[in-house]
Design a protein. Sequence first.
Length: 979
Amino acid sequence: MSKAKSSKRPTQHRSEALLTLLESLPGALFIIDDASIIVYANASAQSIIGVSPGTFVGNNFWHSTPRLVSPALYQATQKCKQTREPIEVEYVSPVTQIWLHVQISPTVGGLLMQFHEKREAQPHRETFSPDEHLAVDILKNIYIGIGFLTPEGILLDINEAPLADAQIQREQVIGKPFAETPWWSFSSTSQDLLRAAIVRASEGETVNFETLISPRDGMDIHLEVTIIPHKSMDDCVEYLVFVGTDITKRKCAEANIHTLIDAIPQLVWTGRPDGYVDYYNQRWRDYTGLSTEEAQGDGWMRCTHPEDRQRVLETWQCAVQTGRPYEAEQRLRHCTTGEYRWFLMQATPYTDSWGAILKYIGTCTDIEDKKRAEQQLKESEKHWRVLAETVPQMVWTTRPDGQHEYVNQRWCDYMGITVEYMQSNRWAPLSFIHPDDQAGTRALWQHALDTGEMYEHEERFRSIQTGEYRWFLARAMPVRNDAGQIVKWFGTITDIDEQKRVEQQLKESEKHWRVLAETMPHLVWAVRLDGRLEYTNQRAHDFIGSLPDYMLSEKWRQYLHPEDYELVQTVRRRALETGTPYEIEYRLKEGQTGAYRWFLGRALPVRNDSGHIVKWLGTSTDIEEQKRTEEALRQSQERANALMNSNIIGIFVGVGGQVVDANDTFLHMTGYTQEDLSAGHISWSHMTPPEYLARTIEAQQELNARQSTTPYEKEYICKDGSRLPVLVGAVLLRHHPFQAVTFVLDNSARKELEQRKDDFISMASHELRNPLTALKLQITLLHRQLTKQGIQTAALASMETQANKVARLVEELLDVSKIQAGGLEYVRELVDLDMLVREIAETMRHTNPSHHILVHGIVGTNLLADRDRLGQVFTNLLSNAIKYSPGAKTVEMDLSATSETIRIRIQDHGLGITSEQRNKIFDRFYRVNDSRQKAIPGLGMGLYIVAEIVKHHRGTITVESKVGKGSTFTVTLPKGIDV
Ligand code: ADP
C-alpha cells in the first residue's frame, strides 16, 4: 500500500495547487485510500468531526470519524469503490443527529468524500434503504441491541438501548471495532466468540451464538446474538447486521428447566424454534462427553456418525421449517468407548396458545439393540435369500394361508414356470405332481395349513427339461411370531430320486439278503454300532428263544457259556474299536433244552460308501458235531500215538515197496535205524524172503480188495541178514500210489514154541512106532498060536483093533511131522480109482456096520498117482463122514469125471460145519470147538494130511455144508497127474 501511495502522489507543484483547491472547497473533505486510511482532510473536516486533522490523518476513516460513520455512508463508499462512479448519500449522523449530505467520488487508489451539514432530509436523494432506518427507529425503544458492522467488525451504528445499558455515548463506540466496545471487553471469551462470528459472517454466513456480556459493573446479560451478512447484488458482503437479544430471563427459566431435564434418566435436549439446539441434559453430556457449549447449535454433529450427519441435519431442518415433530434414527458416539450406538431422536415442538413454537423438547432413545436385531434380521434375510438361491434344493415360502410368496430360481427352472405363476394360485404346483401323488399332497398340505403341523411328503415332480417325474421329499415348517401365530410357511423340496432308487435296490438286496440269511444253516445277526440287535434270523430265534435287544449287554451273559463270556466280550470290544473282522468259538445255550452247543462266530463290519462302519454282520455256525469229531479224532490220535509209541507192535507206513515211516519198535525188531529210515534204505519187499513172496502178494491183493488184510505169518530178513518170524496185518491208506500201514508182531517166541512141539511130535511118533510095531507083531503071532490051538479069544481081537488104531494115530503123527519137516514121500503107480474107492468102502462097511455106505458112478480111468496116499484121503473122508453123522444112516460116495478131471464126492447127513469153521478145518490140529463135536474123539490131523496129499496130486478139496443137515467134501484131481 505504501508503494501505491508514493507512486500515485502528485508532484510537489501540482500537489500544492491541489491542496489550495481542496482547502477552498465548501464542506468537509476527506480523501481515503483503498484501505480506508485517511490520506487527506481539509480544515472543514476538522470542524465537522471535532478533532484536529493531525490526529486522524493516517488513521482508518471509520475508526476516526464517529460523527460521520453510518451504515448508509459505508454502503455508499462500498458501492462507489465497486462502480467507480460518483455517488451521493444523505443520512442522519447516529451521533450528532445532524443530517449530512455526502458526495463520494472515486480517485486514483481511493475515494474523495465531501460532507455538507443539512437541516433536513431530501428524500429524493436518499440511497439508503428507508426500511432499515425505520427498523432501527422502531427497535430503538425495544430492548434489543441492533447494530451495523463493516465486514471487518467496525461498528457503524447501534440503537439506543445497549448504549443506555452500558451508560456510554454513541461517539465512544461508533467507528470502533465492535469487539473492543465496553459490552464485550468484560470477557475475552465473549470477545473471541464475537470475533469468530464476525469472521464467519463476513464470509457470507449467518452466525448465531449465545454469550454473557456485562455492559457495566453489576449488570450481566445473557445475550443471544445473530450476525447476518448483508449482501450486494453481486453477492458481496457489504456490511453485517448485528442483533443481540437479552435472554437473561429465559436463561434463568431455562436453568430451572435444565435442572429438571438433567434429572431425567434419558438423553434429552432442547432446541429453539429456529432449530438451534441450546441445551443437552446431564445424561446426554455424560454419554457424548460434550459440554452444552460444545454441542450447541449444530455442535451435536461432532458426536453424530459421519454417515448420518447430512441426513439427520436435513431431517431436522425440514422439521423446523415445517413445524412438524422431528424423528430420526442416528448413531451417537460414546465418549469413552468411542463406539457409536443407534438412537431414535425425537423432538416435539412446544407451542404457545397461538400455536407459535416456543421450544423443541428432544429425546434420544437407545435403539442399538433393536437396530442390531433389525440388522441381523436384514442380514439373515439377505443370507437366507442367498442361501435359498444357493442350496441344491427347491426353497419356497408361503403366507399362512398357503399362498406362495417366494420360490427360488431352482424350482422355477425345474418346473419351467415363473414366480408369478406360483403366486397366482396356492395349488399351482399340484399340476406338476405325479397324478398318483396329488391326492396325498393336497390332503397333507391342507392338514398342515389347518393344524400348523409340519408337512412332510414324498412326491414326484415332473421336470420341464426331461418331461420325466423324479422323486422329491417336500417338507414345510410353520414360522411363528412371538405370539405363536403362524406368519409364514417355509418349505424345501429335496431331490431324493437317486436315494429312492438306491433305497429300492437296497430293499431288494435287503430282501435277498434276508432270504439268504433265513435259508442259511447258521444263526445270522446284524448289530448296530451301539450294540443294538438289528436283525436275527429265525434260526437264531429258534435256537436261543427270546433275544435281548443288545448284543453287547449283560443280558447276553446268560446265553454264553460262563467260561467263554469274558473272551467273547473282549474280542468283540476290540473288533468294534479297530473295525477288524473277527472269528471266535464259543458255546451258546439252547433256549429250550438249556444245553450248550459249540458255535463258530464270525463277524465283519459293513461299511458305507465313505468307508465308515454302519453295522456288523455276523454268523454263528453250529460246530458241535465238528467239535465232537475233533475230540474223537484227538482221542483216536492219542490212541494211535500210544500204539505207535508202544514197544509191542511194530508199525510202518509203506509206499510201494518202500518204508517211509516206522516206529521205534519196528526199527528195533528189524535192526534198522532212524537214519536208514530217513535215507530211504528200508524196503519191506526186499525184507520179504522168497518163500513168503507168494503169500505176501496174496495179502496185498486182499488189502486192495478189502482195505485190510487178515493177519498172516511170515518172516522178515533183518538188517543183519537174520530171519524174524512175524505176524503181520495191514490197513490200506490209498491205492495210488499204494500206501498202507502195516502192523508187525514179533512171532519168534511162538514159532520157537511150535518148533519145539513139532520136534516133540516127530520124536514121539518115531519113538512110539517101533514098540507099537513089535506089539502088533506079537499080537499077530499070539493070535496064530491060539487059533492053532483052537482057542477063540474076543479080547485078543479087540486088542488087535486098538493096536491098529494107535498105529494109525502114530502114522498120522508121523505124516504131520514129515509134512512139517519138508513133505511126505510119494510113489508113482497106476491107480484104478473105481476099484480103490470100492475096496475102501467095503473095508469101512465091515468096521462101521452102523452106516450104509453107498458108492455111485465111476471114474473110468486110471491115474498115475500114489495109491496108498489117495486111499488115505478117501478113508479119512469116509471115516469123518461116519464119525460126524452119528444120527444118520447113510454116507454116499459119488464118482464122476470130465475130460480133464476126476471128481469124488463124499456126502453125509450129519452135524455139518459152520461157514467160519470151513476154512480152518484143514489147518493142523484144528478141531471144531463145539460140545457135540468135541465129544467125538480126534486130534485134528486127518484133514490137514488129506489137504496136503490132494495138493501134492495138484488137486483141490472143497467143502459144502449146512449145520444140522450134513456136509459134502469134493476132491477134484487132474487126469494127467504127473507126480
Ligand atoms: P479129527 O481127528 O478131529 O476128525 P480131522 O482133521 O479129520 O480131525 O477133522 C477136523 C475136524 O473137522 C473135526 O474135528 C471135525 O470137527 C470136523 N469134520 C471133519 N469132517 C467132518 C464131517 N464130515 N462132518 C462134520 N465135521 C467134520
